[in-house]
Design a protein around this ligand. Structure first.
Ligand code: AVJ
Length: 320
């Protein structure tokens, strides 16, 4: 244990039990669908970082450029003393640009992530590069009730939710998250990244990269089921499928059965018809005004907006 850092380790078996229960439920439902949070074991988190560097995957570099250009402006909205809570912290690459624009002793940083080993490794790297920064990682599923460290008097709580991760939520889930965040961040605010509605070809390419990294990321759910839960299925039985669904303004990712097959999990046998899919992810695209309206209904007051010249991605300041 590092001095000054409070590592909270998850119980690996409890996490696998939850995965098993959710996978059974997913395979029993019609249509079959599972939460995208199961992409992010250690291997999946690494694959996601590779996605972020793909030429076709514009969101990461577009958002990084916005942070690079406007971090001081963004930090100016936060206030002088801040508990900065990053939801779904991942590699902790983007927050560095915000931290660079804030006095080191003005911030307590609380990254929250479901992938424990990955989060703790990222915190080690951050602590090495930002000596003196107070870091208190929390290994948790931030969509479920969780307890943040207490916020000192005169300190505002500011949420940071970059990457358009909120796109993974259905509108109802996004609304629930925004309400939870508005309550948790009351008196402070939320800086959130959203991916904007755009040309369908650009969207399609971002989720069907030539190098096949997104396919490997999607298939990682089944690799986990095999390795962690002992699931059995033909190894060439599923393929990556990603497409834009304009009616819902979302990319959908699925794992599609290449032929009629059976998947065995913990004594149960689940049949797939040829072409039947396990739905693994939604990635909703928004307009700035549409998102602000939803945030307002959830209890936020929309403020500044930063967007790139092409209008592909936006960072929004929402006052809580
Ligand atoms: C992390 C949810 C923002 O939706 O673009 C990337 C995940 N899935 N490629 C996204 C993802 C496939 C990503 N989010």
């Amino acid at each position: 244990m590092k001095p000054g850092l409070d590592w909270r380790q998850p119980r690996a078996s409890a996490e696998s039990d939850q995965f098993a229960a959710d996978l059974h439920a997913a395979l029993s439902s019609s249509p079959k669908a599972i939460s995208p949070k199961y992409f992010y074991d250690e291997a999946g988190s690494r694959l996601f970082e590779q996605i972020c560097d793909l030429p076709e995957y514009y969101p990461t570099r577009t958002e990084l450029a916005l942070l690079q250009a406007h971090a001081a402006d963004m930090a100016a909205q936060f206030g002088p003393q801040v508990q900065l809570v990053e939801y779904g912290a991942g590699a902790l690459r983007k927050v560095r640009l915000l931290l660079d624009a804030m006095p080191r002793d003005a911030v307590q940083f609380v990254p929250v992530d479901i992938s424990g080993p990955h989060l703790l490794a990222a915190c080690d790297g951050l602590a090495a590069d930002y000596p003196g920064l107070a870091i208190q990682p929390l290994v948790a599923d931030f969509t479920r009730p969780h307890t943040l460290p207490p916020c000192a008097d005169g300190t505002r709580r500011v949420g940071f939710f970059p990457g358009s991760s909120i796109g993974n939520f259905t509108p109802a889930e996004a609304d629930a998250f925004l309400r939870l965040a508005a309550a948790e961040l009351a008196g402070g605010g939320l800086l959130i990244g959203i991916d904007l509605v755009k040309d369908h070809g650009v969207l399609h390419a971002a989720y069907n990269d030539a190098a096949g990294v997104t396919a490997a990321f999607n298939l990682n759910v089944l690799r986990r089921a095999r390795c962690e839960l002992g699931a059995e299925f033909p190894c060439d039985g599923f393929e990556h499928l990603a497409f834009y669904n304009p009616a819902y303004r979302r990319i959908e990712m699925h794992l599609r059965a290449t032929r009629a097959l059976e998947l065995q999990l913990g004594g149960e046998v689940y049949a797939f018809r040829e072409g039947e899919t396990l739905h693994t992810e939604h990635s909703h695209k928004y307009t700035v005004s549409g998102f602000q309206a939803m945030a307002q209904r959830a209890g936020f007051r929309p403020g500044a907006v930063w967007t790139d010249p092409q209008g592909w991605f936006a960072l929004l300041w929402l006052q809580a």
